[in-house]
Design a binder for this molecule. Structure first.
Ligand SMILES: O=C(O)CCC(=O)C(=O)O
Ligand SMILES: [Fe+2]
Length: 301
């Protein structure tokens, strides 16, 4: 084994960690990112906010794909989410496609192949500069946004670009909620009223609702199952909270055709469906290597 392989091994989740992830729906990594990688990502994010892009694509200007492309981020009292950030910034791409992140995802979900699915650069302003609720990310389940994905084992890597605590609005997960599958209404990323979500929308299926704040040191990454209910509260610190959310699919994920639900126009259409290549049957191909590069393949023993 090479030195770097040995080093990577030390950073991988243990059997106990994998078991913990499967029981609770989340996992916090060791410190796997270097200061340089984070500095490049921070620089990349500020450049995106100035519309200074390393790369652009034929679809970049399509507001149905990426509404923030070409829109400078001037009012820093507002929160903002930039989709496709890793396509437009090389610093963010390096983070989104980091081998150790997809290797950890693979062992947590027990997949031999991991493909990129999407990413989002998230900026949460200090609450003092905004309404207290401005920066709240409503509790939601990621998978509810991807009904056209057949896979039920997709996973998100949440990468803060500095230390994250309750004070600056770290990610909060609901323990064990990845098993709560009767929560179809949880497309609530943008809902600011957490009490409403908790009392009216979440179906705990008889379980206790336990919120776990994921406090991370810079360089650590948290992972959550695509059904784990998660969100974040206001940032009451003096600095913005910045994170790159990287959503990953296992190699077996395929497009699920839901067009039978409506003859007129698709009920569910992900922006990816507009830009990825199509399979022989004319339907979106979620293994298009340009949009969904393979990030990890488990080597045969
Ligand atoms: O950063 C946040 O507040 C939300 C992130 C999120 O929803 C995710 O990573 O899936
Ligand atoms: Fe999410």
């Amino acid at each position: 084994m090479s030195d770097s392989e040995t080093e990577t091994q030390g950073l991988m989740p243990s059997e106990e960690d994998i078991d913990f992830y499967r029981r609770n729906g989340y996992y916090i990594s060791k410190r796997i990112l270097s200061d340089e990688q984070i500095a490049e990502a921070l620089d990349g994010s500020e450049r995106i906010y100035r519309c200074d892009y390393d790369e652009r694509f034929p679809w970049s200007d399509n507001p149905r794909v990426d509404p923030n492309f070409g829109v400078p981020f001037l009012d820093r009292s507002l929160s903002r989410a930039d989709g496709y950030a890793s396509f437009h910034s090389l610093g963010l791409r390096a983070l989104a496609r980091l081998p150790i992140i997809s290797a950890i995802a693979a062992v947590l979900i027990g997949a031999t192949e991991i493909r990129y699915w999407k990413d989002q650069l998230i900026y949460k302003p200090p609450a003092r500069a905004s309404e207290e609720s401005e920066g709240v990310t409503g509790f939601h389940q990621d998978k509810r946004y991807w009904p056209t994905c057949k896979s039920d084992r997709m996973i998100t890597a949440w990468i803060p670009l500095h230390d994250c605590s309750t004070e600056n609005g770290c990610l909060v997960v609901i323990k064990g909620s990845h098993r709560w599958r009767n929560n179809h209404a949880l497309v609530t990323f943008g809902e600011k009223n957490m009490d409403f979500i908790k009392s009216e929308l979440i179906n705990t299926e008889g379980n206790e609702l336990v919120e776990v704040p994921l406090e991370l040191k810079r360089g650590q990454v948290s992972f959550h199952d695509c059904y784990t209910i998660h969100g974040s509260y206001a940032n009451v610190s003096d600095s913005p909270r910045r994170a790159l959310s990287v959503h990953l699919q296992d190699g077996e994920n395929r497009y699920r055709d839901l067009s039978f639900l409506s003859k007129e126009k698709p009920v569910f259409q992900h922006s990816h469906d507009l830009i990825c290549r199509k399979s022989a049957n004319g339907l979106p191909d979620y293994s298009d290597p340009v949009i969904f590069p393979t990030l990890h393949h488990t080597a045969m023993q």
